[in-house]
Design a protein around this ligand. Structure first.
Ligand SMILES: Cc1cc2nc3c(=O)[nH]c(=O)nc-3n(C[C@H](O)[C@H](O)[C@H](O)COP(=O)(O)O)c2cc1C
Length: 341
């Protein structure tokens, strides 16, 4: 229904406008009673899908990746589509506009997206107001820094998001891997990253009920940098890694180089990212001796793609671009396939 009826219509319009339109439609349809229908169409409830990871019980291993519901406006409604967990954010301490439009592009031939949203969000405090209302799904809080905050002061941005969200999310994701905030990815270097994660761990351990803290990494890291990540996870004692964010690479695209050039800077997601992200998952899993849980994300557009990530060493998976191209039926397909292996 989505892929053959809705998608061809939606894909005629500007991607960012379609994003907000879809939000409004999902909210409206849920408000007038379609939530139950969505649940019966898309949800797979089976105890064999449950996963206990970093102390949390996930009803199934398929989650929505960060960036879709940045401001925690739709996670309740989205849970009807069968996601086992939903990651909100990236949130920053202060609201910010993000980059000028146009900043979101479909590469249909490649079943991909390029985005340079630049952490557009309404700020962490606004999201907290919405998160205070009852939650019906596991929620991860993905946190970042404001564009105007220099890297030397980034710690205070991550800390204030951590404190503001602490009582309202189930796990945290430290995002230092978006390509759309100038210099952000420099925070992936060993020294600043260890310092930042240690600080968050310290604050976390002061709480009565510490929350899992994960690190989200870029697919563009070298093997040496990935080895550093393994060391950092061990040294700082964080709970796991999300691999991966979008890539700055444009290798192997079907879309004409002219068009790709015209689109310009941004992070590429979707099918062309699939193999690299799986490679990163496999590398981390093998070289660390499966020392920590990995959430696998990048280019999952079919049940087979998800199984491949799990086989490579991921414990849970997430999707974003596959959800746009394949629709909500993909979540059920993945869960069914997991049940059949
Ligand atoms: C439009 C868009 C916005 C995104 N925003 C964020 C974000 O704010 N924070 C983040 O950690 N990842 C963000 N991502 C990255 C996704 O969470 C995911 O890691 C990446 O897209 C790879 O998965 P996919 O191929 O299934 O889309 C964004 C992706 C897209 C397409």
């Amino acid at each position: 229904m989505y892929k053959f009826f809705l998608r061809p219509i939606l894909f005629n319009f500007d991607p960012e406008k379609v994003h907000y339109f879809t939000f409004r439609m999902i909210r409206f349809l849920t408000a007038i009673g379609f939530g139950g229908l969505f649940r019966s169409m898309y949800k797979t409830e089976d105890p064999r899908l449950e996963r206990e990871v970093f102390g949390l019980k996930f009803p199934n291993p398929v989650g929505l990746a960060a960036g879709f519901d940045k401001d925690a406006k739709l996670f309740r409604e989205l849970s009807n589509f069968g996601f086992g967990f939903i990651e909100i954010g990236t949130l920053t301490p202060k609201a910010q506009e993000g980059k000028p439009r146009k900043r979101l592009f479909r590469l249909k031939q490649d079943q991909a997206i390029i985005n340079r949203m630049g952490f557009n969000n309404g700020g962490v405090d606004e999201a907290v107001v919405r998160l205070k209302k009852n939650r019906n799904v596991l929620v991860g809080g993905n946190i970042g820094k404001n564009k105007i905050t220099p890297n030397e002061e980034a710690e205070s941005d991550y800390l204030s998001c951590f404190e503001a969200l602490f009582d309202y999310v189930d796990y945290f994701v430290v995002n230092v891997s978006s390509p759309n905030t100038p210099n952000l990815r420099a925070l992936q270097d060993k020294e600043p990253l260890s310092k930042l994660l240690k600080l968050l761990r310290e604050k976390n351990s002061e709480k009565n009920n510490p929350k899992p803290i994960l690190l989200k990494i870029a697919p563009d890291l070298s093997d040496d940098q990935l080895m550093d990540i393994i060391d950092i996870v061990a040294e700082t004692g964080i709970d796991g890694v999300i691999a991966t964010n979008t890539t700055i690479s444009r290798d192997g695209l079907q879309t004409t180089s002219n068009l790709v050039e015209q689109i310009g800077a941004g992070g590429l997601s979707g099918k062309p990212l699939k193999n690299r992200s799986t490679e990163v998952i496999r590398f981390l899993s093998e070289k660390s001796g499966q020392a920590f849980p990995i959430i696998g994300v990048g280019g999952i557009h079919s049940a087979e793609d998800a199984l491949e990530k799990l086989e490579a060493g991921a414990t849970l998976v997430q999707l974003y671009t596959g959800f746009i191209y394949e629709g909500p039926a993909l979540i059920k397909k993945i869960n069914k396939a997991i049940l059949s292996v």
